[in-house]
Ligand binder design. Sequence first.
Ligand code: DON
Length: 555
Amino acid sequence: MKNLKFLIFITLLVSFQLAKSEDNKAAIASAHPLATYAGFEILSQGGNAFDAAVAVSAALSVVEPAGSGLGGGGFWLLHRASDGFQTMIDGREKAPLSANKNMFLDQQGNVIKGLSKDGALSAGIPGLPAALVHLSDKYGKLPLEITLQPAINYAEQGFSIGERHRKLLKFRLAILQQNKSTARIFLSNNNVPKEKALLKQLDLANTLKQIAKDGKKGFYSGKVADLLINSVQKAGGIWTQKDLDQYKIIEREPVKGQYQGVKITSAALPSSGGVVLIEALNILSTYPLKTLDGISRKHLISEAMRRAYHDRAYYLGDTDFVDVPVQRLINPDYAAGLRMTIRQDKATPSSFFAGNSQEKKGGHDTTHFSIIDKEGNRVSATLSVNFPFGSGFVAEGTGVLLNDEMDDFVSKTGEMNGYGLVGGLANSIEPEKRMLSSMSPTFIEDETRIGVLGTPGGSRIISMVLLAILDFAEGNGPESWVELPRYHHQYIPDLIQYEKGALTNDEIEGLQSLGHKVKEKKYRYGNMQGVLYNKKFKTFSVASDPRGEGRALIR
Ligand code: DON
């Protein structure tokens, strides 16, 4: 009798698990509901996660033009389930052939304000179209005619703009008004359109169709390329056909590390994300963070961020152009040395390292999406045009809004870029070099769980992902990662920036008494998109950042 009861109990438990098992499902989290739907649409037509990634990326180009687009670039971290192969598709923009390290300086050698952020000269050669073609050709199952179709539909039929879109238009209004072809598409009577206004982008639909038909050539040569080059040159930019001809996608080996039983796979250079993340996590790896009081915990995490961001400023750049001691920086022994310089009772002033300190704004654009399909293929992708609506410049007749990613280079040693980041020679401008990024598409994995995550947020991307990884290590899932109140230290400026609610009054006082400067941000930042698969229960959990307007679904 006892045995029978036990048997029934086990049968019920197993059937409950089976009923709940989501093994035939997929999960997508992205910054816009229409982009998430586009991904599922492609999965339902027999596509895999990589096809879905093409569809989501292209849809985001249309429905979230402030964040990313055909005129920009990004990093797609891939995991192929059949053989466990992992790679990073580097579709980062690169400097035009006639760029040079003084191109944003005046005759006295001072930075000309705005030149690396606004208008045609601020745009690097886009990588996103080439990346979509590469992703589709090499990893997808469906042709681009199918995977680009949802984006083409959104561009042709239009969609209703959200509050976030309007807010960012307002933020960049002055520059958007200066360019007629931009204003014609995105503004209404040269102003921010009404709530829920319909945005149609017919030129962009045509450009997408060219790519669907001719692949890379549809963008980098022929009619679209002619239009791009003519309007860039007319507006004082320096692109040539040779720049477009020479743009190439590079596959790079992701950066890997471990933190207290969690395996981390993240972006390789030219994104600083993986190196900075692993270095900071290595520093933190021996502290019992979970059991510490809030002040000590936040002090140590901030000190680890300070040291890792310091190394970012001094060592990191495009490895095709400069030697970077990556293996040293992500070595646990190197971190052990840095850990010894951290005092539990005192903040280390950043001036002990070098540099100056002011603060810059930023953190509202760029985009991220996370996908796991039913086979277990994964994509973590962070895409960008840099500032909201990039350079504010649409190349006439293409609908393509160009990035202002040139600002991610160091215009002058020691001078801060739009995100307050400093750097030196490793990230100075050179023809064809890729500018250093902070985008950190990441996979995390422990015995039972697989996580896929990332976020926009300029220099704060890495610290947001770091906090989410620490949260994962403490057993929490995407709902918690995306909600977490955020704080951040980036070495320069020498302060802990935080969102309302991230530090209690006691923690503020405590951190100040250790010598930290703290500063509450006026706005909440980031737009994290997370997906988690539980290997034991075969279930998903997903979440989209409450700060944004995204959608995370399991289907
Ligand atoms: O590549 C980078 O690090 C920056 N261009 C990302 C910009 C960004 O995340 C802006 N947004 N919030």
